[in-house]
Structures are given as structure tokens and as C-alpha cells.
Design a protein around this ligand. Structure first.
Ligand SMILES: O=C(O)CCC(=O)C(=O)O
Ligand SMILES: [Fe+2]
Length: 175
């Protein structure tokens, strides 16, 4: 869909699919310490996923929030009949900043039920801006190619934790 949207040829789409692998991860969150009070503690701190995209499924317990452009946190509908697709940092690099990675977090709300979620993360190996999404005039290259597994090592470092935008710190090209 994204490739079609940008008018990329089908062969690019196949290249992207073929170089992608998937990681399935499930989460079990703690119940609020005191179920009678509205103590919204952080279940998973605000972050952007490293993946191309993440497909999330939740068990009908609220808590997932995504950050809107205006900086406000938006509560995602936790319907078990819905899958949520979030863009990650690899997609941001691949699209040369056209698609921004979505910042999100999980708050432990005052729910009686325990929250579970399942995420399917699509990841590549060497990631770089797609050649057809880079041009010298309107869309200069914003990122150098990076190795996904080197990036996973980087995100735990002090430099990454202190940076405003860790993917730009890791492989960004200054404008
Ligand atoms: O549990 C959720 O809904 C979100 C999980 C998440 O953001 C992650 O695994 O990166
Ligand atoms: Fe996430």
C-alpha cells in the first residue's frame, strides 16, 4: 500500500518483503497496585519501535496511548476485534522521513482486568532510505544505511537514552 502510494515499482515492494523478518512478542502487564484508585502508572515507557512496522493486538483492556502531532496522548481503542499498525524507526529511515515513527506508551489504568498484548514486529537487516524516495532537490538523503542489529545494541547506550531522536543520532545526516 505504501509502495503504491509513493508510486514505487512492484520489484521494490518484493525487495522490501524479501529482506524482512518478523518477531512475535507478547506482553503481560501488572494490575494496578490498588485497584480502587485511579493510579495511572506507566506500564511501558514512551518509545518508538525500531521495526518497519508493528501490528498490535490487545485484550480489551485500555492503556495504550499514541502521541499526536500536537503532543497530546491519545487513548487507543482496545477492541479485541482490531489490529493496530504502528510505523517504526526503520520505516522512518526507509521513507526518508516521509513516515514518522509513532511514539507510544502503555499506562496501567484503573482496570479490574489484567492487560495482555501481542505485537508482530517486522524488521530488516540493512536499512536505508529507498533510492526513489531520495532526490537532491526536494528530498535530500536524511539517513546513512544502518545495520538493524547494530542499532539494537546502540539503543541501550547512554548516548541513545540521552538523545532527542536516537535514530537521527545513530545514522542521521545533518541537513
Ligand atoms: O502492549 C502494548 O500494547 C504495546 C507494546 C509495545 O509498544 C512494544 O512492544 O513495543
Ligand atoms: Fe512499542
Amino acid at each position: 500500500m505504501v509502495c503504491d502510494g509513493y508510486g514505487l515499482e512492484q520489484r521494490h515492494y518484493h525487495d522490501l518483503i524479501e529482506s524482512t523478518t518478523y518477531i512475535l512478542r507478547s506482553f503481560k502487564y501488572a494490575l494496578p497496585p490498588n485497584k480502587d484508585e485511579s493510579n495511572n502508572t506507566v506500564g511501558l515507557r514512551a518509545h518508538k519501535d525500531t521495526s518497519f512496522f508493528t501490528i498490535l493486538h490487545q485484550n480489551n483492556v485500555t492503556g495504550l496511548q499514541v502521541k499526536l502531532k500536537n503532543g497530546e496522548w491519545f487513548d487507543v481503542d482496545p477492541s479485541p476485534f482490531m489490529f493496530l499498525v504502528l510505523a517504526g524507526e526503520s520505516f522512518q529511515v526507509w521513507s526518508n522521513d516521509r513516515i514518522k515513527a509513532c511514539e507510544h506508551r502503555v499506562m496501567i489504568m484503573n482496570e479490574k482486568k489484567q492487560r495482555f498484548s501481542m505485537g508482530l514486529f517486522s524488521v530488516g537487516t540493512t536499512i536505508q532510505p529507498h533510492e526513489e524516495l531520495v532526490d537532491d532537490e526536494e528530498h535530500p538523503r536524511h539517513y546513512k544505511p544502518f545495520d538493524f542489529y547494530d542499532y539494537l545494541k546502540f539503543i541501550g547506550t547512554k548516548e541513545a537514552l540521552e538523545s532527542k531522536c536516537r535514530i537521527k543520532t545513530f545514522c542521521g545526516i545533518d541537513d
